[in-house]
Write a protein that binds this ligand. Structure first.
Ligand SMILES: [Zn+2]
Length: 295
């Protein structure tokens, strides 16, 4: 699924291609009507006709194609969706679900194998969005803001990072990578992080997302940019989908477990389970295994 770096890559590529371009029509292919949220395809076609795209914004994993009348086309790529800018005369392509016809005959196509992506035309972008936490690459994302989302939470830190209401834009790839860089076990309770660990996790989140953007996103399965090309971040991951390979830092074998229903990759040596109660001493002899604890 495209995460913040992939969606940001699309945003950066798309803006100069469509800003200033007039929309002459919009249509959804038969059988793909379900991708429309709110207004129907004919309604959106009527609203967009003659309007001009001005800019492209991103919030979390959502793209906002801004129009000259203030309206916004909000696109969520979900699992396998992609936006392709195609010059006039470009051949039709499989799995095209919707298309914006632009002046000069160019097309902005929404291509989606699985048909989970959505398109919504709204007056303000927020109308189309669920509750989203801070943008992790913005100034509002401070160590305190991170801790505000995690403190008091018993759920696994991995699951907390995936919750878009805590932080916007992080998915499975960048959550695993950020936890590896900050040496945190993915199953550690979110609210158990010590101050130094919070700072390390905050810095690691920023770093993995910035690296992802710098490499044009990660293409493990379906993600492609507006030209249909793949990103390169998949060549730089440390643990994600490297199950049974040796860790770059310690040579231990990278493991795959399931946390909160999601495949999770980590190095058991670099990211050990922390026993928080190790310092608690019992005054009674331990009977487990029939041996007394040596004193
Ligand atoms: Zn390691």
């Amino acid at each position: 699924m495209p995460e913040l770096p992939e969606v940001e890559t699309v945003r950066r590529q798309l803006e100069p291609l469509i800003a200033g371009r007039q929309v002459l029509g919009f249509g959804v292919m038969p059988g793909a009507e379900r991708l429309m949220r709110g207004r129907s395809a004919p309604e959106v076609d009527a609203q967009l006709n003659g309007r001009t795209f001005t800019s492209v914004t991103r919030r979390g994993k959502y793209l906002g194609l801004n129009l000259d009348n203030g309206q916004v086309v909000v696109v969520h790529l979900r699992m396998t969706g992609s936006l392709r800018f195609r010059a006039s005369g470009h051949e039709e392509e499989a799995f095209t679900r919707a298309a914006f016809d632009l002046d000069g005959g160019d097309q902005l196509r929404f291509v989606d194998v699985r048909k989970f992506g959505t398109i919504d035309l709204v007056e303000r972008m927020e109308e189309a969005l669920p509750e989203l936490g801070p943008e992790p690459l913005s100034d509002e994302f401070t160590v305190d803001a991170l801790w505000h989302a995690l403190r008091g939470r018993q759920i696994a830190i991995k699951a907390a990072l995936l919750d878009q209401a805590n932080i916007a834009g992080i998915g499975n790839i960048y959550a695993d990578e950020a936890l590896f860089l900050s040496r945190l076990n993915p199953e550690a309770p979110a609210g158990s992080l010590r101050p130094a660990e919070r700072r390390e996790l905050h810095a690691a989140i920023r770093r993995v997302l910035e690296d992802g953007v710098a490499h044009g996103g990660a293409s493990f399965r379906d993600y492609t940019d507006v030209d249909g090309a793949e990103g390169e971040q998949q060549y730089f991951v440390r643990v994600f989908r490297r199950t049974d390979e040796p860790c770059d830092d310690c040579d231990a074998t990278i493991r795959r477990i399931v946390v909160g229903g999601r495949a999770t990759h980590f190095c058991p040596k670099c990211q050990p389970v922390r026993h928080r109660n190790r310092q608690v001493k019992s005054t009674r002899p331990r009977r487990a295994g029939g041996t007394l604890k040596p004193r």
